[in-house]
Design a binder for this molecule. Structure first.
Ligand code: CP3
Length: 351
């Protein structure tokens, strides 16, 4: 594990609800196509090549730290490299609606073929990218590692692409719950090993993305998603690295999410952060939650919305500013800079 001292440790302090001079800010998909400097590298490299070439991954991971001034870096990779490491063919074609698995898991035979081995053996490029990024960051800001949640990974693996109606994964869950649980258990084991290895390689914080927990009933969310996130969180707690759990569209289950033992609960924009603090503020830190589409408006409007979120959270510790979901590729860079500037200047009066 890296023993590098972190100079800007606001994120780490906020995760532990310790005092900071201002609210730390980073955002999901911050290394991406809204940055011309990312597009320049992307022009001559396909997405998976970038993920699998540590020099390129490190370079784009650090871009938003240098160009936008965020308080954390998040390692450039994708949640879907885990199913690939477990034996599924992953295809990312230009302009074809994102990554997909041409042979989705649709039968018990398909699922049985999925490797139960530690996927980390096939993900050494991620750990190399983490080590190189840590070295190049030289303690400027913390580095965040991540994984998809078992439920979100299973959704992609069974649907085969960015899910729309979740017909196949829900059919598996409703009609063959034992098979669904067996798949989720296998993924839980894989994600635990993968995140542990990221921590060994040097990440300072980990985030679990449950992008699709919000398509379930509250009971099914608890049974098919949170249950497994909780197992991962308890296994990682021993590592003493803060954990962020982001479940999109799950504001109905704030307490249950905190019950996983996570240090930080990530919020999308549909949850009122003031309400979340009222419910959870004594137990966890909160991350969020500006609607990314606000970044298409004006600097004044952005400032107003940032101010409103800061005010709703109120004075005190334990807030990490973020968007409620990933930034869109068409977002004007000037507005992204205005957003980060607004958080930095407006938040001082709350500390
Ligand atoms: O946040 C970051 O800057 C770190 C890198 C990161 C990426 N994907 C890079 C990426 C992270 C944390 C992810 C997570 C991810 N990937 C999630 C969970 C978070 C979320 O957004 O809900 C999901 C569901 C995926 C799956 C995925 N990867 C999709 C649906 C797509 C296509 C949509 C799109 O934005 O093009 C990707 C591709 C992807 N992952 C890109 C990036 C920068 C775009 C690749 C490109 O340059 O063409």
């Amino acid at each position: 594990m890296s023993q590098n001292a972190i100079m800007n440790d606001r994120l780490l302090r906020a995760c532990r609800r310790e005092p900071v001079d201002r609210t730390p800010v980073w955002f999901m998909r911050q290394a991406g196509r809204y940055l011309p400097e990312y597009r320049a590298i992307r022009a001559t490299n396909d997405f998976l090549t970038m993920c699998k070439t540590p020099e390129l991954a490190a370079e784009v991971t650090i871009q938003p730290v240098e160009l936008i001034g965020v308080d954390a870096a998040i390692i450039f990779s994708d949640i879907l490299v885990v199913p690939e490491a477990m034996g599924m063919k992953l295809v990312v074609e230009e302009g074809k609606g994102g990554p997909r698995f041409p042979s989705p898991l649709r039968s018990t035979t398909d699922m049985a073929q999925l490797s139960s081995e530690d996927p980390s053996a096939n993900l050494t490029y991620v750990f190399d990218a983490i080590r190189l990024t840590k070295k190049q960051l030289a303690g400027r800001v913390p580095l965040i590692g991540f994984s998809g949640s078992p439920w979100t990974l299973a959704s992609y693996m069974v649907e085969g692409h960015n899910p729309r109606d979740f017909r196949h994964i829900k059919e598996l869950m409703y009609s063959h719950p034992r098979d669904a649980h067996a798949l989720l258990e296998k993924l839980t084991n894989a994600v635990t090993l993968y995140l542990s290895a990221q921590i060994e390689a040097g990440v300072d914080v980990v985030q679990i993305f449950d992008t699709w927990g919000g398509v379930l009933t509250q009971e099914d969310f608890a049974e098919f998603s949170l249950k497994y996130i909780r197992i991962i969180v308890s296994a990682l707690q021993k590592k003493e690295v803060p954990i962020i759990v982001f479940c999109k569209n799950c504001g109905h289950s704030l307490e249950r999410i905190a019950d996983t033992g996570t240090n930080v609960v990530g919020l999308d924009w549909t949850t009122d952060i003031g309400h979340a603090r009222e419910v959870l503020g004594q137990r966890v830190a909160l991350q969020g939650n500006l609607d990314p589409i606000i970044l298409f408006s004006t600097e004044e409007r952005i400032q107003k919305e940032v101010a409103a979120i800061l005010q709703k959270f109120g004075k005190g510790n334990g807030h990490i500013f973020n968007l409620g979901h990933g930034i869109l590729p068409e977002t004007p860079v000037e507005n992204v800079k205005a957003f980060v500037r607004s958080v930095k200047t407006l938040s001082t009066k709350y500390h």
